[in-house]
Design a protein around this ligand. Structure first.
Ligand SMILES: NC(=O)c1ccc[n+]([C@@H]2O[C@H](COP(=O)([O-])OP(=O)(O)OC[C@H]3O[C@@H](n4cnc5c(N)ncnc54)[C@H](O)[C@@H]3O)[C@@H](O)[C@H]2O)c1
Length: 351
């Protein structure tokens, strides 16, 4: 029988990734809850979801729902994830895990106590090129990966709405974009434990109007329920992250900056045997005293769809998801240390 699932939050990510992802994977999306009733109803109508709620607590009382996706603004992740786990549901919580490390740890504890799955929406791990590169790294083709650099940079692509309000989002592009590439690159490096972070953040653009800003936006702004001109976060950050195995990761993220790229992500891994680049996936090594550049064939895979397939597979089989709550906590430690370091103007240890 199909696994019965629901979403809490019926906004953009629920509409574009979770609901279609579940339906494509053969799960039955039986309900969606959103405090904006019309939004829940519209999602329900568009995707043939039979029931909609404005109070997620009511929805969580249903015994027939096995799993939920948490698709609400970041400041609500902890409260709603814990409520869902305590109601006996498996949980896929969107990124970032939480607002603070303490909140993330509480969520991980709640998952342990409930015996249910908690996983975090680090969908970039599930991309075809990332999974293929992971095989090469794990197979030893790169040797020891001792350094990496990654970025997710936009020229003008600020997602106005709750994303740009510190109390609701927890931060700017570090939280919104950095979370993806930091997790993806650390995953490829073998998930070493972070020990210290040195970072700077900048707020140079704030709110702006530009004709061709077609970036992600909160549903309340799209629906005209909110102006979207509040701005209390950074719009660029750079960080140097040190890990317990001696490896380092350099990160840059921007929602707005004067660069050529409109919207670009990259990751470079430096191994002592070979290096690798995403995307496209290429491997750089030496053979017979010659520099070799290898282009690796990759089957394109939609990270969101693969993440949801994996979540459902883990529910069915009892396997542990590749994104554990503990890894979510470690990523949260890095994100929060970036802000602490920027505020204090010095390196910050992660203990
Ligand atoms: N993995 C990704 O690539 C990706 C991309 C975009 C967003 N996200 C994450 O998804 C989450 C949602 O982002 P979005 O872009 O869909 O935002 P959104 O503003 O479009 O949707 C959020 C929805 O949550 C609803 N909501 C707020 N409080 C609620 C409550 N108490 N109960 C039920 N619903 C409530 C809002 O009314 C809104 O409809 C965020 O955590 C964001 O970081 C992830």
């Amino acid at each position: 029988m199909a696994i019965r699932v629901a979403t809490i939050g019926s906004g953009l990510i629920a509409r574009l990734a979770h609901v279609p992802g579940y339906q494509k994977a053969g799960a039955e999306v039986v309900a969606t809850a959103d405090i904006v009733e019309a939004r829940a109803k519209k999602l329900g109508a568009d995707f043939s979801i039979p029931d909609t709620y404005t109070d997620y607590h009511e929805m969580l009382k249903r015994d027939d729902i096995e799993a939920v996706s948490i698709c609400v603004p970041n400041h609500l992740h902890k409260e709603i994830t814990i409520a869902a786990l305590e109601a006996g549901k498996h949980v896929l919580c969107e990124k970032p895990m939480a607002m603070t490390v303490a909140e993330a740890k509480e969520m991980a504890e709640a998952a342990k106590a409930s015996g249910k799955i908690l996983t975090i929406g680090f969908n970039n791990r599930f991309r075809g090129d990332v999974q293929r590169l992971k095989q090469f790294v794990d197979g030893g083709d790169l040797g020891n990966v001792y350094y990496a650099r990654t970025g997710y940079v936009r020229r003008r692509g600020t997602p106005f709405g709750w994303f740009t309000v510190k109390e609701e989002s927890g931060g700017g592009p570090v939280i919104d974009l950095g979370v993806h590439v930091i997790d993806m690159t650390r995953y490829l490096m073998g998930n070493p434990k972070p020990v210290s972070v040195m970072a700077s953040t900048y707020q140079k653009f704030g709110h702006y109007h530009i004709q061709d800003n077609n970036a992600w936006c909160s549903s309340d702004v799209l629906d005209g329920l909110r102006s979207g001109d509040e701005f209390s976060v950074e719009d660029l950050a750079a960080a140097f992250i040190r890990f317990d195995n001696g490896a380092t990761l350099v990160v840059e993220v921007s929602w707005a900056s004067n660069i050529a790229q409109r919207d670009s992500t990259y990751s470079y891994l430096y191994g002592d045997k070979a290096g690798a680049q995403l995307s496209p996936l290429e491997i750089y090594g030496v053979k017979y005293d010659t520099l070799i550049d290898e282009k690796i064939a990759v089957k394109e895979k939609n990270g969101h769809e693969e993440e949801i397939k994996h979540f459902l597979h883990c529910i069915e089989t009892g396997e542990k998801p590749i994104v554990s709550p503990e890894q979510g906590v470690e990523i949260q430690q890095i994100l929060n240390a970036i802000y602490d370091s920027a505020r204090l103007g010095r390196s910050v240890d992660i203990v």
